[in-house]
Write a protein that binds this ligand. Structure first.
Ligand code: HEC
Ligand code: HEC
Ligand code: HEC
Ligand code: HEC
Ligand code: HEC
Length: 190
């Protein structure tokens, strides 16, 4: 009887101890933020860490039984978003509305493209900056929402573009190797 009591006591001790270890290893709050950042791009990183414009997001991507492997994804942040100056763009008193609509909103900090180009690209002239840029952050450089030709072919029909003989041999060359995405001297934005 005496021996059984000892065994039960020991078992309970082991179960409690492993519980404590499990909680410690799986629930550090920093890791929670990282996981949130993967699902919702809008969660800024903790103050004090990742203060550079190009931050690294580290994700543990192990499959069961696999050796430790870490996947590193780079996230580019728009400086006023990263420094949490949300009120540069949002009216926090009025339900988070924008203080102004793009392009005026963007031109409070960036030079007006009207002053740089004789001809503006359609969506730039109409202020659809966020059709190409995420105002907060992106995994693609320059806060772009799509990579390479995909960005342009989300509005321009691929067939129409490749029908033109100037585009016959471009393969997967970036459209922006020849065209300026914002404007140019003439309508072809070269
Ligand atoms: C440089 C300007 C700018 C800053 C700074 C900014 N936002 Fe935004 N935000 C926008 C714009 C523009 C939109 C609308 C996006 C669209 O047109 O789809 C937006 C949309 C949103 C939305 C709606 C959901 C979504 O993601 O589209 C939320 C929520 C939001 N912002 C939160 C924030 C928070 C929180 C901060 C600060 C950490 C912040 N924003 C900083 C410009 C900004
Ligand atoms: C409160 C000031 C502010 C506002 C408003 C603002 N920006 Fe910016 N933006 C910056 C700063 C600062 C930088 C970094 C320096 C630079 O490139 O000019 C930047 C950089 C950028 C970049 C380049 C990012 C890179 O990785 O090089 C893009 C693209 C951009 N902004 C788009 C926008 C768009 C689109 C809007 C409107 C929805 C906007 N910005 C509104 C301050 C602002
Ligand atoms: C058709 C897509 C598109 C639209 C619309 C667009 N941009 Fe861009 N923008 C780009 C691309 C692509 C780049 C990257 C150019 C490069 O890498 O040289 C860029 C770069 C930028 C930069 C970084 C500075 C630079 O030249 O590298 C800023 C700032 C910027 N855009 C602001 C804006 C603002 C403000 C608007 C709206 C008035 C806007 N953009 C509309 C595609 C677009
Ligand atoms: C949000 C939609 C949209 C995106 C994304 C977009 N465009 Fe455009 N683009 C337009 C509109 C609208 C026009 C004006 C069409 C017109 O006037 O017939 C235009 C016009 C043009 C023209 C001039 C065409 C002409 O016949 O005068 C060129 C060149 C062009 N875009 C290149 C690009 C490139 C390169 C990209 C990618 C960096 C791009 N576009 C992304 C909407 C878009
Ligand atoms: C090798 C350089 C080059 C590349 C890469 C390129 N273009 Fe062009 N593009 C041109 C030239 C040059 C013209 C002027 C055509 C003319 O004079 O008829 C043009 C004209 C255009 C026009 C207006 C005429 C038309 O065919 O409707 C559009 C739209 C256009 N390009 C979109 C794109 C898109 C989208 C991409 C990427 C998929 C792209 N271009 C890639 C050189 C290029």
């Amino acid at each position: 009887m005496q021996f059984n009591k000892y065994i039960y006591g020991y078992l309970i001790y082991v179960i409690l101890l492993s519980g404590v270890l499990f909680i410690n290893s799986s629930c550090s709050s920093g890791e929670g933020k990282e996981i949130l950042s993967i699902f919702f791009d809008g969660v800024p990183q903790d103050e004090g860490e990742n203060q550079t414009a190009d931050s690294l997001l580290v994700r543990n991507d192990n499959k069961p039984g696999e050796n430790k492997r870490r996947v590193v994804e780079q996230i580019f942040f728009h400086p006023p978003f990263q420094s949490r100056e949300c009120d540069n763009c949002h009216n926090l008193q009025a339900g988070n509305d924008l203080i102004e609509q793009p392009p005026e909103l963007c031109y409070t900090c960036h030079d007006d493209f009207k002053n740089q180009f004789a001809v503006l690209h359609g969506p730039v002239a109409s202020g659809y900056c966020t059709q190409c840029h995420n105002p907060h952050s992106s995994k693609i450089k320059k806060l772009l929402v799509k990579k390479g030709q995909q960005l342009c072919l989300s509005c321009h029909e691929k067939q129409d573009v490749f029908k033109n003989e100037v585009h016959e041999d471009i393969d997967d060359t970036n459209c922006t190797d020849c065209h300026n995405p914002h404007g140019g001297d003439d309508r072809f934005l070269l």
